[in-house]
Design a binder for this molecule. Sequence first.
Ligand code: SAM
Length: 297
Amino acid sequence: MSSNPEIGSLNRTRAIMKEYGIHAKKGFGQNFLTDLNVLKNIVRAAEITKADNVIEIGPGLGALTEQLAQAAGQVVALEIDTDLLPVLDEVLSPYDNVKVINQDVLKADLPALIQEQFTDPSRPIKVVANLPYYITSPILMRLLESPVEWAAICVMMQKEVAQRLTAQPGTKEYGALTLAIEYRMQARIAFGVSRHAFVPSPNVDSAIVVLTRRTQPLLDKPFDEGRFFGFVKSCFAHRRKSLWNNLKPLAGKDTEKQETVQTVLAELNILPQIRPEKLTLEQFIALANQLHDHKLF
Ligand code: SAM
């Protein structure tokens, strides 16, 4: 152990927890990363440079924050747990480009925070985090629905959720969450992480997902995003049933409406007996647009 070990080393993490009497809180999804290779590879996967502003969600004991501070221009970290603030204040004191803010990421006004906290808010903004797993989807949706144009989002999550985000049509992992991500960004799994890289170890393995902005925007965007995603969710209400069975409630008992749905499907070359997970994002968009034109939802 060197005289100044990095925060993410197992020895230093244990020493910090002992010194401050910190016990990981399950309720806040606290699993601290104690593998320096993983930490450095996360920063590499996010392609962080000194030109970047970084928002970190949940700095914990500061292991990832320290690596980000060394690579980025400026880091703003949002931590919900007030017990961790004095720890972070001290362990991150060598870095003058880090600010820790006591905030719940699900309540934070991100555009305002960016304007207030970064010295130069016009620089690329990247989100990097080892996410609290109990709120992975709400955090992702909040980031994606925010008006901020993220240069990249590079986040660790439960492996199974990562597989859902990056799933291909026709697989069992493909669903409404995949489509919500694909609609806005391009997602890929950078690498997997064993549960043994954390203190305490979670019951699941993890993966790093990198989301980047689409190079080409979607052409045929639907009328209203909220209604579109409501429609997508209704198509997946009964995954094991056919698309037609999932669409039937739109027409109810009205045979004329049922025929209209059938005609729309035929015009789009979509077989009614197909399972919803076989449909691509573009097909969902076309279907939603047409059904909406026929006032079916
Ligand atoms: N970044 C640290 C690491 O990699 O070791 C800790 C990651 S731990 C999985 C998740 C962190 O998110 C914890 O520090 C937890 O307190 C924090 N957290 C949980 N819910 C939060 C919320 N709603 N807003 C901000 N931080 C939150």
